[in-house]
Design a protein around this ligand. Structure first.
Ligand SMILES: [Zn+2]
Length: 277
């Protein structure tokens, strides 16, 4: 039987936060078995904690935001994806603000951190969640299905209507290794249209071509080469791996996601959990 894991040594990283543009620090610490993934705001009095669970999600508009009491944390999905794929069941994620560093816009730096931290097997059995029945969620023209399966497979189609290049597809079985090689390096992206709106709202102050791909007028604009020809679909798979970890368990199942986003990802996590109530 698989056992739970935590990390061996604390690891930390710092960088620019996407929305505020401020410097942000994040530290991952080992935790006792059955803790799950808990975020801790060390900049607030009493260092309040938020458990990374679907019931604590309060906003899904531009990333996944979780909150509990006075503590909230935005854009948890990339660090959550790295922990899920590495099968780290228990960890404390300490943050010195409400936003983690965006780094290069992918989950690869978080995977590298987790790898560097090392893994320790604990005594309690690992918790898996497998849908008992197919589940289906829908939100504004986006649809996601999960089917029972003894592996974790994600099929994803993207289409934003900004460019023929943004209609992309990828199927990926998620394992620790395949996630690092095929999914984690895929970067965040934004359409030029949305970008203008976000800037007008005073957001994405830390955004740059160092940490995002911009889709504009039939082109993908980024500083380095695209890392994959279907990098957008792969990034959406990355976000699904992160958001599905809000079940509090390692997920097994076959996800078929059509133009997914955080609203459907989080709803899907909730839909599987409901099958167990
Ligand atoms: Zn993302």
């Amino acid at each position: 039987m698989d056992k739970q894991n935590t990390i061996k040594d604390p690891v930390s990283v710092s960088g620019i936060a996407l929305h505020t543009g401020a410097r942000a620090g994040l530290k991952i610490l080992p935790a006792e078995e059955n803790t799950g993934i808990t975020f801790r705001r060390v900049d607030l009095p009493g260092k309040p904690e938020v458990k990374a669970l679907a019931q604590n999600v309060v906003d899904v508009r531009r990333g996944t935001t979780i909150a509990s009491g006075d503590a909230s944390v935005v854009t948890v999905e990339h660090v959550m994806a790295a922990l899920h794929a590495a099968q780290i069941d228990n960890a404390i994620v300490e943050m010195d603000g409400f936003e983690p560093p965006i780094l290069d816009g992918s989950a690869l730096p978080y995977c590298t951190m987790v790898k560097e931290a090392g893994k320790v097997e604990q005594n309690a059995p690992a918790r898996y969640i497998v849908p008992k029945e197919p589940a289906y969620v829908e939100y504004k023209g986006t649809k996601t299905i999960i089917l029972p399966c003894d592996r974790f497979i994600i099929d994803c189609v993207t289409s934003f209507g900004d460019s023929p290049l943004d209609t992309q597809y990828r199927e990926q079985e998620i394992t620790e290794q395949s996630f690092i090689e095929e999914i984690a390096p895929a970067r965040t992206f934004v359409s030029y249209r949305d970008l203008a709106q976000l800037l007008a709202m005073g957001l994405v102050k830390g955004g740059s071509l160092d940490n995002a791909i911009i889709i504009h007028d039939g082109a993908m604009i980024c500083k380095e080469e695209l890392r994959f020809e279907n990098e957008l679909a792969r990034h959406k798979i990355l976000d699904i791996v992160g958001d599905m970890y809000l079940t509090g368990c390692r997920v097994k199942g076959h996800v078929i996601a059509i133009k997914p986003g955080h609203p459907t990802n989080v709803q899907l996590a909730g839909a599987i959990l409901k099958q167990y109530i």
